[in-house]
Design a binder for this molecule. Sequence first.
Ligand code: ADP
Ligand code: MG
Length: 267
Amino acid sequence: MSELVVSGLRAAVGGQEILRGIDLRVESGQVHAVMGPNGSGKSTFAHVIMGKPGYDVLGGSVTLDETELLDLPTWRRAQAGLFLALQYPTEVPGVPLEDALVEAVRARDDGNVDQVHERLANEAARVGLEARFLDRPLNVDFSGGEKKRNETVQLGVLRPKIALLDEIDSGLDIDALRAVSRRIEDETKENNLGVLVITHYSRVLRELEPDVVSVLRMGRIVATGGPEMAEELERTGYAGYDDDDEGEVAPAPSRDAAADPFADPLL
Ligand code: ADP
Ligand code: MG
C-alpha cells in the first residue's frame, strides 16, 4: 500500500505564485480526479510533484510513503514509484521508446529488463498503438493521440505506484479515449496503481472511475467530493466554485465543455 500526500504545497513560476497551498492525498488502488479551468494551475501542480525544472517551491511537502519527494531529483522520484504522463509529451529525437524504457527499468531497484520487449508489445496492443511506432524516435512526429497512447504504454510497462496523468484525454478520439482510460482503470485493479488524474472534462472519468474529485481554482483546492461532482461540473462549469479567500472576482462560467472539439456528440 502506497500513499502520496501533498500538504500545504505552494509554488511559483516566473515570479508569480501559482500553487497557493494545496492539500491532497492519493493512495494505492484509488483514483483521485483534479478538475479545474484553464490556467488554474493543474499542470504546474503535476510538474512540481514530479520535480520538473523551472518552478520555485515556496512551501509545503509532497511525500510518497513518508519519503519527502521535494528534496529529490526527478529521476529519484520516478525510482520511488512516481510517474507523470505529460500534457505535452516531449519529443526525443534519436531515442526509441524501448531504449528509454530499458534504461528506466534498469535504474530501478528490481532492474530486470528481460521482459521489457515483450511487455512493450503487449501494452501497445492493449491501447491500440501500432507496432511501427515502437521503433520510431520517442514522440517525434506523433499525433496528439499517439503521444497519449504512448504515455499510457510507458505507464503499463513501468508499473509505477502512483501515476499523475495530466490531460491524458486531450487529443484522443472516442475509441482511443476508451482504450486508454480502461487500461489505466485495469492497472488500479491488477497492480493497485494509485492515480491522480488531471482533466477539464468528465468524459475520461466514465471509464476511469474516480473515488474522489477535487476542484482546483486559482491554485487552491476549493471543493472535494465524490464521483458525482465530475458530471455536475460538466453541466455547471467551474464558476460556482469560488475561491473567495481573497475576494477575487470569479471569471465568467467556463465554456470549455461546449468548445471541446473532442467531446462526444452523443453525450
Ligand atoms: P492549467 O494546467 O490548469 O491550465 P498551468 O499550470 O499550465 O494551468 O498554468 C497556471 C498559470 O501559470 C497560468 O496562468 C500560466 O500562464 C502560468 N504559467 C505556467 N507556466 C509558466 C511559465 N513557465 N512562466 C510564467 N507563467 C507560467
Ligand atoms: Mg495544463
